[in-house]
Design a protein around this ligand. Structure first.
Ligand SMILES: C=C(O[C@@H]1C=C(C(=O)O)C=C[C@H]1O)C(=O)O
Length: 344
């Protein structure tokens, strides 16, 4: 298909661009930057790519750049293999989780989201893998972002950070994970973990917005997994605008923990690697029109043909280190199961 040919060319030319498909849509969006500069995000309209904590805050502005859209007719899934990790991190991740649980039990915080990166042994065909990601996860926000000064990332995230239209906003509290099954039963650990996220968001915005509505948590499917999700919506006010809401939400307790500052501190001191853009956010930012942002989860980075998948999970006082390790393995399958091997 034409758009994938275009992406291959852009990658060869090392031009900054993003291609993305919104959840439940079959429209592709391609935004091409006309030069190679890193444009720092300072609230200008465009496609933003924001790190978890440290790193460049990037925007490809809509103004002055080329924006193309088109429809996919029918997308065909390609043959994918199950990709393997370069080394086993079971013990080190379980130790990290055990340290997190100990910190929670000693009262440092209530929840922390701990993560790791998985470097794959194999090389992948980038464009064919992206095609497969699009075809396999129709309900996710699917993207491929490339910038010569930032790198190459792609993913299929199930988590909206925020959607804003005029003064109406919508966000979600997403947490709790299980493998997909016909009949899902949630344990109190997961129910509590998701409730933390809802409570945090509500507590931090309730006095600042109007018409706040919070739904009960429902089970939602995300690839091979299911999560618990509540919808939270309301109206922004003159004193609490889009950018204020984004700053309040990011990073949500779904990707960092609670209380926020203590959890971030623990993550930065103990995770032992830089999350970069994983658990950051990305998407369309518009001052007065629609803003549509997503949390960067179920994603990977490709640097010199080396593929790195980023995965994490919420830790509470009842977490079992081995189960949490398995949860990160399961989450990594979202990407590992759909990648297409590079043929030489
Ligand atoms: C941190 C991740 O996912 C987040 C953590 C979840 C959990 O702990 O159950 C569930 C969904 C996401 O909010 C990830 O996918 O890496």
């Amino acid at each position: 298909m034409q758009v994938f040919k275009e992406i291959s060319t852009l990658l060869l030319e090392q031009k900054p661009f993003v291609c993305y498909v919104k959840p439940n849509e079959s429209v592709w969006n391609l935004l091409l930057q006309q030069n190679e500069e890193w444009v720092e995000f300072t609230h200008q309209a465009g496609f933003v790519f924001i790190p978890f904590q440290e790193g460049k805050q990037v925007v490809i502005p809509f103004e002055g750049n080329l924006f193309l859209q088109g429809n996919f007719e029918n997308q065909i899934k390609k043959t994918a293999e199950s990709f393997t990790a370069e080394n086993n991190q079971k013990q080190s991740f379980e130790n990290l989780v055990a340290n997190g649980v100990a910190a929670i039990q000693s009262g440092e915080f209530d929840k922390v989201v701990l993560s790791r990166k998985i470097v794959l042994k194999e090389q992948i065909a980038i464009v064919a893998s992206f095609e497969n990601i699009i075809a396999t996860y129709p309900t996710a926000f699917r993207y491929l972002f490339f910038h010569p000064k930032v790198g190459l990332w792609m993913g299929a995230t199930p988590e909206q950070l925020v959607k804003i239209n005029q003064n109406q906003f919508e966000t979600v509290a997403l947490a709790g994970t299980q493998l997909f099954a016909e009949k899902v039963i949630w344990e109190s650990k997961e129910i509590e973990e998701q409730q933390f996220v809802t409570d945090y968001i509500v507590a931090n915005i309730k006095n600042k917005v109007n018409q706040l509505i919070v739904t009960d948590a429902n089970t939602v499917k995300a690839g091979n997994l299911v999560h618990l999700k509540s919808f939270i919506s309301g109206e922004l006010t003159a004193d609490f605008q889009a950018i204020d809401l984004i700053k309040t939400l990011h990073p949500t307790p779904a990707v960092c923990g609670l209380p926020k500052e203590n959890a971030i501190d623990f993550i930065l001191k103990n995770e032992g690697y830089n999350r970069k853009y994983y658990a950051g956010f990305l998407g369309e930012y518009n001052n007065d029109k629609q803003t549509d942002l997503f949390v960067n989860l179920r994603c990977l980075e490709i640097d010199n043909d080396v593929v790195t998948i980023y995965v994490g999970c919420g830790i509470t006082k009842d977490s079992n280190p081995e189960k949490e390790y398995i949860e990160t393995e399961n989450k990594s399958m979202t990407m590992r199961n759909v990648l297409v091997s590079k043929t030489f």
